[in-house]
Ligand binder design. Structure first.
Ligand code: HEM
Ligand SMILES: Cc1cc2nc3c(=O)[nH]c(=O)nc-3n(C[C@H](O)[C@H](O)[C@H](O)COP(=O)(O)O)c2cc1C
Length: 510
């Protein structure tokens, strides 16, 4: 039985080294975990010896400790009568509906404060519109978390630009009076070849978080891949389903395999159709925008307050290096174990070359997502769309049939034409990540539904103008990929390096 504690006893553990925190009436020893907490150590150590439920609840699900951490960190149940105000950490400010925006007036010193007026939902014409609104309405730290990419963000930007390296090769005089966008993949029907991919912590966008995404997915007729690191509990996400609504799920394999096993069994029992095991994040990428915004928001000890270390970001470095909840030891030998714990279709998320796709096929997996984690992991890795032709060819040579092994692409999909190009090159469907979060942040689940409708409109137009009335009629003959892998054509500007570099000056300063 759990020990009964008073808040006075918990309050004694109020230092970085000895850090107990009360969450939902239970005391947890987070001294070790704080150092590897991906949101920064300070969020936790600031609450040492306190009840931090109000700060924790707007971001995390109630069951995250049980799901990710070892049971022995739970130190006991706290007598609620002893949790008086002095021990309670205040909730962070609620999501701002509108934010003040600063702009310079004509005179240099004169700064004018303008109120940001959120445009009506009907004014949203493309996915970038949602991104621009989200940037204004989101908390800076949440914006930093969502928008950031790895290192110089070359891959982040190239994910989108790569689609521009594919050109259209339309056919004429095809009857395109009726256009049918419907398709199905992994046994799930879809109103277009698209799904919402897994993205962690949707409550940072909107209080409805993943529950809002589940609702929007039902309304838009697309499948949602539930994230392991959701901000609502699995039960809450499942309860939000419409009758008969199909779901996929993403899995980070826990170093303690039994935890993943329990989670996977729960997904299967709930009727989840397919399990996407993330294989591109044995260590979290360096996301500098995110680190910088945390530094500003949480203060300098995001760098662990270690003056001797200068600007070395120790706590964030540790978080990325030794995650306590993602197993860096996961390897091909574990695939049979994964297949043995579930009857769901198992796929890999984060494949980046033909050889690995073939290994996945030969291991009996049901497909893969060509993804670089939205440019958040290994910078200068190739966009999924660029890898697609290589993977399709390798699979063809290995004798794989699309019905046995389905290939998906995610990263940088922002237009209906992007979906068309991925389908043309052999993808069963594409995943969208940030556009869903940005639409949710800006307008809630209604925003997501409109975002899908816009993509549908765009895709419908592209299909009509290309002479392809059905998804099945879109082929690799409808696009040209000559320049796809050719980075001379369109290389993203290296902003950070360009602005830092001091150029050489000629003697005469011409
Ligand atoms: C005082 C309590 C806590 C607060 C206020 C808090 C807050 C946050 C915030 C604001 C983020 C970040 C998003 C960002 O990077 O900006 C985050 C990320 C995260 N937190 Fe916490 N957290 C707390 C405790 C915990 C605990 C006990 C766990 C237990 C497992 C946990 C697990 C995580 C994980 C896994 C992420 C990262 C998700 C990702 O990067 O994909 N947090 N947290
Ligand atoms: C804020 C954010 C959180 C993410 N969290 C996860 C995650 O927990 N697990 C995962 O497999 N992928 C995660 N991803 C990667 C997405 O599943 C997907 O690969 C990527 O977002 C696609 O690129 P896009 O955002 O350009 O559409 C995340 C992406 C973002 C932007």
């Amino acid at each position: 039985m759990a020990a009964m504690l008073t808040m006075g006893e918990v309050a004694k553990h109020n230092t970085k080294e000895d850090c107990w925190v009360v969450l939902y009436g239970k005391a947890y020893d987070l001294s070790k975990f704080a150092k590897v907490h991906p949101g920064g150590a300070k969020l936790i150590t600031n609450a040492a010896g306190m009840d931090a439920t109000a700060a924790f609840d707007p971001i995390h699900p109630k069951d995250i400790m049980e799901k990710l951490l070892k049971p022995d960190i739970m130190k006991g149940v706290v007598d609620p009568a002893t949790i008086t105000e002095q021990y309670v950490v205040k909730a962070p400010a609620a999501h701002k509906p509108v934010q003040k925006k600063k702009s310079k007036s004509s005179s240099e010193d004169d700064e004018v404060i303008e109120e940001f007026k959120k445009p009506p939902l009907a004014a949203m014409l493309n996915t970038f519109d949602f991104e621009s609104v989200a940037r204004e309405v989101m908390e800076p730290q949440a914006w930093g978390y969502y928008s950031s990419g790895g290192d110089d963000e070359i891959t982040l930007r190239d994910n989108h630009l790569a689609f521009q390296r594919i050109t259209m090769r339309p056919r004429i005089l095809v009857n395109v009076k009726d256009i049918d966008l419907r398709t199905s993949f992994l046994g799930a029907p879809a109103s277009l070849p698209l799904y919402f991919t897994a993205t962690a912590l949707a409550k940072l966008a909107h209080k409805d978080g993943e529950v809002g995404i589940v609702r929007a997915a039902a309304k838009a007729g697309v499948t949602y891949m539930l994230p392991t690191l959701s901000s609502y509990t699995l039960d809450e996400m499942l309860e939000a389903r419409a009758p008969g609504q199909l779901m996929f799920a993403q899995l980070y394999v826990n170093p303690e395999r039994s935890r993943s096993e329990i989670y996977v069994k729960k997904l299967e029992a709930a009727g989840v159709k397919a399990l996407f095991v993330t294989v591109d994040a044995p260590q979290l990428g360096r996301r500098e925008k995110d680190m910088r915004s945390k530094f500003t928001q949480q203060g300098s000890d995001v760098q662990d307050g270690d003056e001797d270390e200068g600007a070395v970001d120790r706590s964030q470095g540790a978080a990325r290096a030794i995650s306590s909840y993602i197993d860096a030891g996961l390897c091909w030998d574990d695939v049979p174990w994964l297949q043995s714990i579930t009857k769901m279709k198992v796929l890999l998320k984060g494949v980046q070359c033909g050889e690995d796709a073939v290994l996945a096929y030969k291991a009996g997996l049901k497909g893969c997502v060509l993804s670089n984690h939205g440019g958040r992991q290994l910078d200068t890795s190739r966009p999924g769309i660029e890898i697609l032709p290589e993977v399709m060819e390798a699979l063809r040579e290995a004798g794989a049939k699309m019905a046995d092994f389905e290939v998906f692409v995610d990263g940088g999909i922002r237009r209906g034409a992007d979906i068309f190009k991925a389908v043309a090159l052999g993808a069963s469907g594409v995943g969208v990540g940030r556009p869903v979060l940005y639409a949710l942040a800006s307008y809630g689940d209604k925003g997501i539904v409109r975002m899908v409708h816009m993509l549908q409109d765009e895709l419908q137009m592209v299909m009509r103008l290309s002479g392809t009335p059905t998804i099945a009629s879109i082929t690799d003959k409808h696009v040209l990929t000559t320049n796809l892998a050719d980075h001379i054509v369109c290389l993203p500007t290296d902003n950070l390096s360009n602005r830092t570099y001091e150029s050489l000056q000629p003697a005469a300063r011409l």
